[in-house]
Design a protein around this ligand. Structure first.
Ligand code: HMG
Ligand code: MG
Length: 289
């Protein structure tokens, strides 16, 4: 049997959040509706963060309300705190994600909290999600390199991953936020994390700043990971990580996985359609970076 690898589509959130030009809600909905036909099981559609911090994501509730939900697809949203969780729940997000970091500098810049403070802030979100039966994913940013603190010790990533698992995250997505990881540093990081969390509870989330995301995915496949985040059209970046470019492009990951003999269950023609739409949404100017 062909080994299955899931691509978790994050373009409508991680891809679009960094665009300086306001993108009409209807365009976001059209992109998600196209992605919904491509065979993804999970699509990150929105984030319920402070609209002052990330204005592009302020219309998350309207986006989720406007999407034509496909059976078998879970529409996910980022929730940094209880306020974000309540907004996501009211908007009908099928799953939520808390997002922390393995470096203090990025944690402070991205969510205005130390790592410890962020975990304390996530605890009530986790409790509420558990009580409501809403699945919760966890992100860790800067798993190999931080734009503020330099290289990240692998042990720190393992420590945060274990804590997120302890809070009830069903999966931990490991973010190479600024795309500086190499197959060697990704391997070292994963070996440490795998001591704490099994491979079937991990996902790779690699930005392609240095053009190494596909190589990093291959290194991760070798260590047993079978879920990778990607964004159609290679959209994206992070407003709080200067120089971070897009997520690895979904179409490139799908092609590489197919070449390696993995099944993804995705319709390549529909992905291309969505990638065209995504590229059309990309403005010249990036938001504050
Ligand atoms: P803060 O200023 O410390 O928060 O920000 P606060 O609790 O003091 O609240 C300040 C104001 O924000 C208040 O409003 C709150 O009501 C409001 P005011 O009284 O001033 O009018 N507020 C909210 N409004 C709506 N929804 C909310 C919410 N929370 C507070 N949820 C906070 C702390 C976490 C809110 C802020 O830092 C924030 O929103 N950060 C998000 C930044 C972000 O979205 N970054 C990008 C996503 S992470 C990423 O891209 C990395 C990832 O892809 C993985 C990788 O690549 O590494 C996941
Ligand atoms: Mg990201």
């Amino acid at each position: 049997m062909t080994d299955f690898v899931e691509i978790f589509e994050v373009g409508p959130r991680d891809g679009l959040q960094n665009e300086a030009r306001p993108i009409p809600t209807a365009d976001k909905i059209a992109l998600i509706d196209t992605l919904s036909r491509a065979g993804f099981r999970r699509i990150e559609a929105a984030s319920f963060v402070s609209p002052k911090w990330v204005p592009q994501m302020a219309d998350g509730a309207e986006v989720l309300a406007g999407v034509t939900r496909q059976p078998g697809v879970r529409y996910a949203a980022l929730t940094p705190n209880l306020k974000g969780y309540e907004r996501a729940k009211a908007a009908g997000a099928d799953e939520i994600a808390i997002f922390g970091a393995a470096s203090e500098g990025f944690s402070r810049a991205n969510i205005n909290a130390s790592i410890e403070e962020s975990l304390a802030r996530f605890a009530p979100v986790a409790e509420a999600a558990r009580a409501d039966g809403i699945p919760m994913r966890g992100y860790i940013s800067c798993v190999t390199d931080c734009p503020y603190d330099g290289p990240t010790p692998p042990g720190k990533v393992a420590e945060v991953a274990e804590k997120l698992r302890g809070l009830g995250c069903y999966e931990i997505s490991l973010g190479d936020t600024i795309g500086q990881g190499t197959p060697e540093s990704i391997t070292a990081m994963l070996r440490a994390v795998l001591e704490a969390v099994p491979a079937d509870r991990l996902a790779g989330h690699y930005h392609d700043t240095a053009g190494r995301a596909l190589a990093n995915i291959e290194a991760s496949l070798g260590l047993g990971l079978r879920v990778f985040d990607a964004a159609v059209g290679g959209l994206g970046g992070c407003p709080y990580a200067k120089g971070a470019t897009g997520n690895v492009a979904t179409e490139a990951v799908a092609d590489r996985l197919a070449a390696l003999g993995y099944a993804t269950g995705l319709d390549r023609a529909v992905i291309e359609e969505a990638a065209d739409m995504a590229r059309g949404m990309r403005g010249g100017q990036q938001a504050k970076a």
